[in-house]
Every structure is written in C-alpha cells, then in structure tokens.
Design a protein around this ligand. Structure first.
Ligand code: SF4
Length: 438
C-alpha cells in the first residue's frame, strides 16, 4: 500500500525565511510528533512518505492508497482543504491529531476515518480494517497497558536537524481547564515506557541533543529518577518539561536531571495569580514556590524557559506589568507569552460557549496569538496589545542582552540555548503576530 502522511505544522500563516527555517528546525519550534509516530509504527510492507508542509509542497497528482493528515486547530481549515482535494480523487483520507481528536464530528465531514487520541496504535487497527475493506469512521485510542510497545519516534526530518525527539511518558492526569493535550480521548491516561527501551532509543539517536516531548517529566518522580540515573554517562544533552511542585521541592530529581544531561526545563507557569491557577485547576503550581523551583534549576547549572498565558477571568490590565516584574525577579532565562485560547473540546471552550463569549469559530484564529473570546476584565484589544507588549518589553535589546550575558555562568550548552531562544525571538518580534488570519 502507498501511504502519504502529512505533518501539517502550525505556522499561523507566518512566512519563514530560510534563516528562520534552519534555526527554528534546529532548536526552537518543535514539530508535532503525530506524523512521525504514525510513520514509525506502519508495517514495513507498506510504502510510506512523510511530508512536512513547511518544506515540501503536496503533489496532488501522485497516486496514493491512503492519506493521513495530522493537525491542530489553527491549521484545521487548511487541512480540510487538503483532505477534500484528495477525497475528490477518491483517495482514502484519515485525519488525526489534536483538533480532529477533540472535534471528531467536524473532522469526519472531510475524511473517511478519524483517529482519536495520540494513538498511533489505533492506526494499526485501521490499516488492517482498510485491507479487509472494513474501514470504520472513528478509531478510539488503544489503552496503554503493561504489554504496550511504542515504536521509537521516527525523527527523519528534511533539513539539518540538530535536536532529536524522545518520549518517555505520555499523557497528563491533571486536566487543566484550558489544556488540549489532557482532554483528547485517552489524553489523561499517564503511561510510562519501560526505562530501558527509552535508554536504548536515546543511545541510538543520531543527534547529541534532544528534547523530551513528554507533557511533564515530573508526574511520576520515581520513574523519572530511574530514567535520569540510567542516562548518566550517555553524554547527551536535553531539554524537558516539568511542573513547579516537583522542581521546587525535589532537589534530588533536579540534581539528577543535570547529571543526566539536562540543559533546560520548560515550565508552564501559566500565571502569577494563584486565584487563576486555582480556577483553571493547575494543581501543580503554587506561586510562592516559583522562586524555589527556578533557583533549584539555576543552582544546578540549567536554565528555565517559562510559559505564561494571558486573558484569564481574574486577569486585569495590570497583569502584564506585574508578570514582567516577577519574571525579571525570578530571572527566567527565556519566555513565551500566549493569548488564552479556548480550544474546542476543552472545558474552557464549553464554559465560554455557555457564557456566549466566543467571538469566532474560524479555527484559523485559534493560534494563541489572536483573541477569539471576550475577556472579562479588559477589552480584546487591551489583551492583544498587552501580550504584544510583553514580547516587546521582555525581548527589548537591553533585557535580551542581559539575559544572554547572565546565562554564561550556567555553562556552554545552557548559554547556547538561551542565546538562541532570546536572539531568535528578539529578531522575530515583528512577525510573531503577523498571521494570514489577522
Ligand atoms: S499540567 Fe500541563 S499538560 Fe497537564 S493538564 Fe495541565 S497544562 Fe496540560
């Protein structure tokens, strides 16, 4: 069977220069893994081609037996266009990824089948059904069990790729109100791969550095400690995600992460307002512990990338300046600032819909850079301006330079990472909010 797998990378309509493409591929924008998971698990008897739209145009004239498209909300309309074109040619189309998993009824209008959840395992069932001419409309995610074996992530990407991708665990049990990942079918089931399998995959990575794609490596601390212990001596460098509760209180885990080769921890702080964190169910975050978490990481010679979201119901106009002040006090080394987005299928979306606060159902605008709902305590314009201004102020030349210079004390690799994150965002501020949709 000839199968085309399309990784419909979210670009928000931005046009990247060759410089950006290379730099971003190497370090910054981490592509989704869906397409490569599916490619990796497809039996070898099939001919598979993976296309990342950022690099390669789709040839609609080529003959395929099956086309699989993976996408999120903001690329959904584009993905549906592609799907419709293939369907017109009587080619079987399978949709998967975050958006179709959360909006399966919508997705099925453009597909023969929809894969639900992060389940490349259900892809295997689908292939069998296809061969037996028994294709179903929906494929529920397969529950992970003791005998589940996930294939190594297929990380062959076009271009120069300096950073590999690994997944040791999947899922997140916390189910924060706005989080898509934990609300897709099966997304809240936490699954740990056997440590030795992960170690073998890390050893076989062609790259010296990689990113753990796990939603958080601090959910099962015993598992993570065993993993980090076994990574000592592998001479690989990595970045990973973690939550404040553990990073502030488990010094052993933080120190082990450094010995294992960790360069940076990405932390979803989300807000500096405890009431907001309580409202959204981010149980892992206690604002009073932010400082301790950052200090533990810094003391061990690693850096912190922070993620902050704006537009929550308890956010007033002063949230921007207050956040900027605290980020600087905490000495966070690089940060992302996002507009709260009620992604369809999440409890936040349901709440906003009930309160009639959703302004548009055009998914292209669901890119975390556009305000698609009515905020409670500021106007839409004030929210967007506030987020843009966060970038402008935080990534101003003086502050960017100071952060880069300060990061020298953490050593070569953390310095390079801070340099790249800060420099590329500083250079790209002008285009960050320029999307086809706005
Ligand atoms: S902790 Fe992170 S991954 Fe888990 S539900 Fe909350 S936002 Fe999602």
């Amino acid at each position: 069977m000839k199968i085309l797998i399309i990784e419909n990378v979210w670009m928000g309509g931005r046009k990247y220069s060759l410089f950006d493409k290379t730099l971003l591929t190497m370090f910054t924008i981490l592509p989704t893994l869906n397409a490569r998971h599916i490619a990796a698990i497809t039996p070898k008897k099939h001919e598979v081609k993976v296309i990342n739209e950022r690099y390669e145009k789709i040839n609609f004239e080529e003959k395929w037996d099956l086309v699989n498209i993976n996408f999120t909300a903001s690329t959904a309309p584009h993905a549906y266009d592609i799907a419709d074109k293939f369907r017109k040619k009587d080619i079987i189309v399978v949709l998967s990824g975050l958006h179709p998993s959360l909006m399966p009824d919508e997705a099925k209008q453009h597909a023969n089948s929809v894969l639900l959840g992060v389940g490349e395992l259900n892809w295997l069932t689908l292939l069998e059904d296809y061969e037996n001419k028994m294709l179903k409309t929906y494929y529920q995610p397969v529950k992970y069990g003791k005998n589940t074996i996930l294939p190594p992530t297929n990380i062959n990407l076009p271009g120069v790729v300096l950073s590999g991708a690994i997944e040791a665990t999947r899922g997140c049990p916390y189910k924060c109100e706005f989080c898509r990942e934990s609300h897709i079918p099966g997304g809240s089931q936490f699954y740990t791969r056997p440590v030795d399998e992960v170690i073998d995959e890390i050893k076989n990575l062609p790259q010296k550095s990689f990113t753990f794609y796990d939603t958080s490596l601090t959910i099962d601390t015993n598992y993570t400690k065993e993993l980090f212990e076994k990574m000592i001596g592998l001479k690989k460098r990595f970045s990973c995600n973690g939550n404040v509760d553990v990073l502030a209180n488990d010094k052993e885990l933080v120190s082990l992460s450094k010995k294992a080769g960790c360069v940076s921890w990405l932390i979803g702080f989300e807000s500096i307002n405890q009431e907001t964190l309580n409202d959204i169910g981010k149980k892992t975050n206690i604002v009073k512990e932010y400082k301790q978490a950052v200090q533990n990481i810094h003391k061990n010679g690693m850096v912190v990338i922070g993620c902050f979201v704006f537009g929550f119901d308890k956010d007033y106009k002063n949230i921007f300046n207050n956040t900027l002040k605290i980020i600087q006090e905490l000495e966070i080394d690089a940060a992302d600032f996002l507009v709260l987005t009620p992604f369809p299928g999440t409890p936040l979306y349901n709440k906003m819909q009930k309160e009639k606060r959703i302004i548009t159902y055009d998914w292209r605008f669901y890119n975390m850079k556009t305000v698609v709902f009515k905020p409670k305590n500021m106007t839409r314009e004030e929210l967007l301006f506030g987020v843009k201004n966060m970038y402008k102020k935080y990534y101003s030349t003086p502050l960017t330079t100071i952060r880069i210079i300060k990061s020298l004390k953490y050593g070569f690799f953390p310095f390079i990472l801070v340099l790249e994150r800060n420099f590329s965002t500083h250079m790209n501020i002008r285009v960050l909010f320029k999307t086809k949709s706005n």
